[in-house]
Design a protein around this ligand. Structure first.
Ligand code: ADP
Ligand code: MG
Length: 661
């Protein structure tokens, strides 16, 4: 029975949940071996066993150096932010341990043919999506796809509202906001639901805000009360602090149901009972809920919508159970927040529906409701240009955040100087207009331009961003037959070989020993090397002339190249095209209040103030002192860089590099 194999996994920062589609086509929450719907995303690496879930959370304060928590926050990094028993593990390996536990629960209920969709936050970039898929692979899951949490949540609500069923009442088109307040993150997303089409309009959030911040306020409140009573502070002791957090979480949950709770604080043989009213709790945390209010206001503005355009406000995430959340949202939006689906379940249920749909599409089974999912990019993509007025480098955004994918954009630049022979196209990811505040993700150079090109010769740069997360950058100089193509693909993090080796450790029943052996074998020196090499770039690139086969290029440089610095100029309208029909106005980056053809207008030589980009050969005439200064600067930075690199490599690989003295 094809339907009974579709599974949705909400791999949360603090808790995970699994749903599956039963034979009747409805989603059901899966109970884990402990009998719960929720599995805490906590892993305890014991000597002989890897323990995941409730038990790991319960023991966390006893073995702080053996427990991994909040690992999802570190996805995309080479290693988890805290050492486990002195060792640094890749975060996807720890996530794989959680998924392996979930897989065992799935096996017990759904059976071995289960195929899963795993959810990720909408703001996750391709690197973190890939890391999540790798975790699924290491856990031995049969993975159908990764889908955004808010999209899944909308599907989960869609099912409950009868919106997805072919027999259900058609609700027509509507815009919904998913407000997801979890344990450590807050995300808000606007989606347009139409029959057969789920379109993300805009997404925003705060990766450092969640239920845990409410816990911290209670912890501090109770610790202060304890200090006043006994002159000692339980926060000074990690074990006592950890126990205090557990007490605070309980009190917080109680305060969602009742108007008062008591925290019992024990430390150094002393005890203190600290009563808290809901009112006091709400007062001490009002600014936190206000931060979410600020974010959703910004989100609405980014999408060019009013609250009256939003039909439903869907509450997702355990922390939305706090009454202050619904109350504040109602005040702000005039809407009654929708709690039709349990906030712990919506994401997993929606992911299961999506899994069922994918299975049907791939295997020709009955799909039930059909729909197309359209995502947006969550980070702006642009090119480094030079403002001809100030000579400052600026980030010229080609594909603003929240553009529906796939997307294309073309931008016109100009050569900066008379007879310019090369043009550098530095690709940037980020919202700032200052390239230094963005991530340099790739770079390509158009070389050997014909001699004697006049200043201001057009240069066309186009971006093509596919749903698969692959960005193709093209640079063209009309009339010269010069063209470069840069294919950017997120660096894959772990290699295929690494993944299959880790898979053995994840599957092993040898506890931490299996990981320790693997750390030596798989990571060895590269962990340190990777940590040093990746901060600037989560992408790998292959650079090729259009007709030549692709070849790998070395890691992308974040410093401008000495002589080939780029130039460019003159902005033309940023044309962002989506093959899909555009809905309501979408949010856009700060430089582009709107897109879809209504961007800036400027000719190549119209002296428009904003601008531009690309490479440059050292300009012959203008500002000689500036350029001499820059050259000396570049020379010095290059020399310092080379020396530092050499020292680092000799330190990492003693005896493997030639000595020059
Ligand atoms: P994540 O998506 O980050 O894994 P969840 O959606 O599971 O997180 O939300 C976990 C957060 O919700 C925790 O901070 C937890 O304390 C909080 N939470 C769960 N139930 C309640 C409740 N009844 N009242 C207040 N907060 C709650
Ligand atoms: Mg969640």
């Amino acid at each position: 029975m094809a339907d009974a194999r579709a599974v949705g996994i909400d791999l949360g920062t603090s808790n995970s949940a699994v749903a599956w589609v039963d034979a009747s086509g409805q989603t059901t929450m899966l109970r884990n071996a402990e009998g719960d719907i929720i599995t805490p995303s906590v892993v305890l690496f014991d000597d002989s066993e890897v323990i995941v879930g409730k038990e790991a959370r319960r023991l966390a304060h006893l073995y702080p150096d053996r427990v991994a928590e909040w690992v999802k926050r570190d996805m995309g990094q080479p290693v988890y932010s805290r050492p486990i028993r002195g060792e640094r593990l890749p975060p996807e390996v720890i996530q794989a341990c959680i998924l392996r536990k979930l897989k065992a629960d799935i096996l017990a209920t759904v059976g071995p043919t289960a195929k899963a969709v795993i959810t990720v936050p909408a703001y996750f970039d391709e690197l973190r999506r890939k890391a999540t898929a790798d975790a699924g692979e290491m856990a031995g899951l049969s993975l159908l796809d990764i889908v955004n949490e808010p999209t899944a949540a909308a599907l989960g609500f869609g099912e409950a509202l009868g919106y997805l069923s072919p027999l259900g009442k058609p609700l027509g088109e509507m815009v919904v906001m998913v407000y997801d307040l979890g344990g450590g993150t807050f995300d808000a997303t606007l989606l347009r639901l139409a029959p057969g089409d789920i379109r993300t309009l805009a997404t925003d959030g705060d990766v450092q805000l969640g239920g845990h911040d409410w816990d911290t306020r209670l912890v501090n409140y109770a610790a202060e009360a304890f200090r006043q009573a006994h002159g000692r502070d339980p926060r000074d002791d990690p074990g006592a602090l950890s126990r205090l957090y557990a007490t605070a979480v309980e009190a917080k949950h109680t305060l969602s149901a009742r108007t008062r709770a008591t925290l019992r604080v024990e430390y150094a043989g002393l005890t203190c009972e600290v009563p808290v009213t809901r009112e006091a709790f709400e007062e001490m945390t009002a600014d936190l809920v206000e931060r979410t209010a600020y974010t959703i206001r910004q989100l609405l503005a980014a999408a060019g919508l009013q609250w009256s355009d939003v039909a439903r406000l869907l509450l997702v995430g355990g922390a939305t159970r706090m009454p202050m959340v619904s109350r504040r949202l109602h005040e702000l939006t005039g809407l009654t927040p929708d709690r039709t689906v349990n906030p712990d379940e919506a994401v997993a249920r929606g992911a299961a529906i999506y899994a069922k749909y994918l299975l049907a599409v791939r295997e020709g089974g009955p799909a039930g409701a059909t729909f197309k999912v359209t995502n947006v990019n969550s980070h702006s993509l642009g090119v480094e240009g030079i403002d001809p007025q100030t000579y400052r480098k600026v980030n010229i955004v080609l594909i603003p955040r929240n553009t529906p994918l796939p997307a294309k954009a073309v931008e016109r630049f100009m050569t900066k100087t008379e007879g310019q022979r090369s043009i550098v196209i530095q690709v940037l990811e980020g919202e700032s207009s200052l390239p230094g505040e963005c991530m340099a993700i790739g770079r390509t150079v158009i070389r050997d331009l014909p001699a004697g090109l006049p200043k201001g010769w057009p240069v066309e740069v186009s971006f093509e961003y596919g749903e698969n997360g692959r960005l193709t950058v093209r640079g063209q100089v009309p009339g010269t037959h010069r063209e470069v193509v840069l294919d950017l693909e997120r660096d894959v993090g772990l290699s295929n070989e690494g993944i299959s080796r880790w898979k053995q450790a994840v599957a092993s029943t040898a506890g931490f020993d299996a990981f320790e052996n693997m750390i030596q074998e798989v990571l060895n020196v590269p962990v340190a090397a990777k940590a040093v090499a990746t901060p600037n770039s989560a992408w790998s690139s292959s650079l090729a002339a259009p007709s030549a086969p692709r070849r790998e290029v070395p890691p992308i440089q974040s410093q401008p190249m000495p002589l080939d610095a780029p130039v460019v100029s003159g902005p033309t309208p940023a044309r962002v095209e989506s093959p899909l029909p555009l809905g309501a106005p979408l949010g856009s980056g700060p430089e582009f209040p709107s897109h879809g053809g209504a961007g800036r207008t400027a000719g190549l030589d119209d002296g428009a103030p904003t601008f531009v980009p690309l490479a440059d050969a050292p300009p012959a005439g203008s500002n000689p002192l500036r350029w001499v200064g820059s050259l000396i600067g570049y020379g010095l930075s290059a020399a310092v860089g080379i020396a530092a690199g050499y020292l680092l490599i000799s330190w990492l690989f003693p005896g493997r590099v030639p000595r020059f003295w």
